[in-house]
Design a protein around this ligand. Structure first.
Ligand SMILES: C[S@@+](CC[C@H](N)C(=O)[O-])C[C@H]1O[C@@H](n2cnc3c(N)ncnc32)[C@H](O)[C@@H]1O
Length: 263
């Protein structure tokens, strides 16, 4: 990207593409547009992980209009990823599908996350915002043998997530529409991973302080700067409750990860 104006034009281009696809989805007219959705999300993922764009991002003047555009892009891209995950789950339930670049990218992020997040077969892991294609839950269960739990606010995502897990032969994964304070197992959870597209993730972290055991470990996915176009950014935490243990940068990944422990 040669200059900030070209970057801004590209942001408007993505906003119109994402808006168009969300309209199609809202009007129940997605048939025929799913490959376009996958292409846009792959293109968007490459855009936010491109170092050259990152340089131009820092030259972009942060006006009120631009911050509104960023907020809109973040919401719309999170919505489009959920639509794509639902589609992907349905396809997976009916046939075997090739992975898109976006899903390959998530796998890379999970690998990096797990290298610094010591999960074993004795661990109990909760994913907040497990999604319709619960790739994080499935990947952790397969790689570590840990007991995994997911929560989501979207009933369709929960049903699809359960079916995908069952098709993969994993009947131990529990996915529910519950808040953290309604989860019976919350006291036994050893590791919690937040999806980066959960907008109130830092409010939930605040609540978790009183609900969880003292050595619980938190992996907060986030995206700052250019990556904030696709993720909710990192926030400061109450230093009397949580301390940041490590920040894991995944340069080619769509999100980065911050690890927290109780003070
Ligand atoms: C589609 S997945 C995306 C996963 C992606 N790989 C990531 O790390 O963000 C995100 C899921 O979070 C769910 N979600 C959003 N807000 C939430 C909340 N407050 N509590 C639980 N789940 C939430 C959405 O319904 C969606 O299914």
């Amino acid at each position: 990207m040669k200059n900030p104006e070209t970057l801004l034009m590209k942001l408007h281009y993505f906003a119109s593409k994402l808006e168009f696809l969300i309209d199609k989805h809202n009007q129940d007219q997605m048939v025929g547009y799913y490959s376009e959705l996958e292409e846009v999300i792959d293109d968007y993922s490459s855009f936010i992980t491109n170092g050259e764009n990152e340089n131009q991002w820092h030259n972009l003047e942060q006006t009120y209009e631009i911050s509104l555009l960023i907020e809109k892009l973040r919401k719309m891209s999170a919505n489009c990823v959920k639509i794509m995950e639902k589609y992907w789950a349905l396809k997976y339930l009916h046939e075997t599908e090739e992975m898109t670049d976006y899903f390959r990218n998530i796998e890379v992020c999970i690998e990096k996350e797990l290298s610094d997040f010591p999960i074993t077969n004795k661990s109990k892991v909760l994913v907040v915002g497990s999604g319709p294609f619960p790739i994080t839950l499935l990947s952790i269960a397969k790689r570590t043998g840990a007991k995994v739990f997911g929560i989501d606010i979207d009933d369709e995502a929960i049903l699809l997530g359960r079916k995908v897990a069952a098709k993969l032969g994993n009947h131990t994964i529990q996915i529910e529409n519950k808040s953290v304070n309604e989860l019976q197992s919350i006291q036994q959870i050893s590791h919690i991973i937040f999806s980066s597209t959960v907008n109130c993730k830092y409010d939930i972290l605040e609540q978790l302080h009183n609900l969880t055991k003292k050595d619980v470990m938190i992996a907060m996915r986030y995206g700052n700067a250019l990556k904030s176009l696709f993720n909710y950014p990192m926030e400061t935490v109450d230093a009397t409750k949580w301390r940041i243990v490590e920040q894991i940068a995944v340069p080619q990944g769509v999100f980065d990860i911050a690890l927290y422990q109780k003070v």
